[in-house]
Ligand binder design. Structure first.
Ligand code: PLP
Length: 371
């Protein structure tokens, strides 16, 4: 604000726009040209190389206190960050099971950021596309249209959201109101000893304690041993525990072993357990004509975690949780907030997507999967 002689004030508009749009265009064009060359010529570069100290030191520079032109900022990023990647997008990266991004997805992330919509929900196109991508995930794994789901940061969050719903459904008390201390018989979750570590974090964060997650030893095939599982369930019931959930792995992180999902689905029915599938690696084999039999039974799960940033190679991050019982899913996360009420028409007239998980503001992850 600038004071005027007669005491009134003139508002000088402030903006985050670039000072000069044509400069911005030049840098952006350069970045796109460089990006295409980067991918096209990737085979000419090493998978990974150690950073020289000179580069490493640039990441120790302290907070800048004055502006730098975008073209200089971009030049620095190209020389430092872009030159020393993890390497997982390289065709000869064999370190871990990992997604490798893709150019279309990168364009999508750019456009999503340009539009800048918040996928907490609302009546706008990006929100409808978010729902559409969740619907496509349901279709790929054979889940009914009536099921629910949400795009999340990755498999860890997808598994966590599903296990929270499982806990709340199986607790026998209103856990949201009363907390886990009100659960009469301690809940037990079961999986093979090949289970991904994110489940442990989830169970601990859910207040159940690591022991609530029983790892069933596997044999030579590294798949869940159903006989052993039945014995542990019987022992637990006799000891006063409440068997609540069995987690099947559709592709373990150690070896890619796929549990017998049909047999686990049957057992879940007999033992009255929630059946969750960690399909972060292999759920999407369900769309492979020659190998879909390997994950048969997936479609009978109560919930599935899958990970489009792995098998679909979408740029990080995007995972997806699916829950067969949409009412139970919503009942685990819905909250009423005065400022997010629903209106009969306009932007606030649609269901809120943030009611299916832990985030409120959400990025437009759907676009990179959709495109
Ligand atoms: C990768 C993976 C996870 C965790 O997913 P993130 O996307 O890394 O959070 C969970 N389970 C399995 C089997 C995985 O391979």
């Amino acid at each position: 604000m600038e004071s005027l002689p007669h005491g009134s004030a003139k508002v000088v508009e402030e903006t985050l726009d670039p000072e000069d749009w044509s400069d911005a265009q030049t840098v952006a064009r350069q970045a796109v040209d460089d990006a295409i060359a980067y991918l096209r010529d990737i085979r000419d570069r090493p998978v990974w190389q150690n950073m020289p100290d000179k580069i490493r030191r640039t990441f120790q520079a302290s907070l800048p206190h004055s502006p730098t032109p975008l073209s200089d900022v971009y030049r620095e990023v190209a020389a430092t960050v872009m030159s020393y990647p993890m390497g997982n997008i390289h065709p000869r990266f064999w370190a871990w099971y990992m997604g490798s991004s893709n150019f279309t997805g990168a364009l999508a992330d750019f456009l999503a950021a340009v539009q800048g919509s918040n996928l907490g929900g609302g009546n706008h196109a990006a929100a409808r596309m978010d729902e559409q991508v969740v619907d496509w995930c349901k279709q790929m794994v054979g889940f009914p249209a009536s099921s629910s789901g949400s795009l999340v940061s990755g498999g860890s969050m997808a598994n966590t959201v599903a296990l929270i719903v499982a806990r709340n459904v199986k607790a026998g008390v209103d856990v949201r109101e009363r907390g886990v201390a009100a659960i009469e018989r301690p809940l037990r979750f079961y999986a093979s000893d090949q289970l991904h570590s994110c489940h442990r974090k989830a169970i601990e964060a859910m207040g159940l304690g690591n022991r609530a997650l029983q790892r069933i030893p596997t044999g030579g095939d590294l798949r869940l041993d159903l006989e052993a599982l039945r014995a542990v369930i019987a022992r637990d019931r006799a000891a006063g525990f409440q068997p609540a959930c069995v987690i099947g792995s559709a592709g373990t992180v150690n070896t890619g072993a796929i549990d017998d999902l049909q047999a686990i689905a049957d057992l879940a029915v007999t033992e009255d357990l929630w059946f969750h599938v960690d399909g972060c690696i292999g759920a999407l084999i369900a769309i492979a004509p020659d190998n879909c039999d390997r994950v048969r039974g997936l479609e009978r799960a109560d919930s599935i975690a899958l990970d489009p940033h792995k098998w679909l190679h979408a740029p990080f991050e995007v995972g997806c949780v699916l829950v067969r019982d949409a009412v139970a899913h919503l009942a685990s996360f819905a909250v009423e907030q005065e400022y997010l009420g629903k209106t009969p028409r306009g932007l606030a007239s649609a269901d809120w997507l943030y009611e299916y998980g832990l985030q409120t503001s959400r990025g437009f992850r759907a676009l990179k999967v959709w495109m």
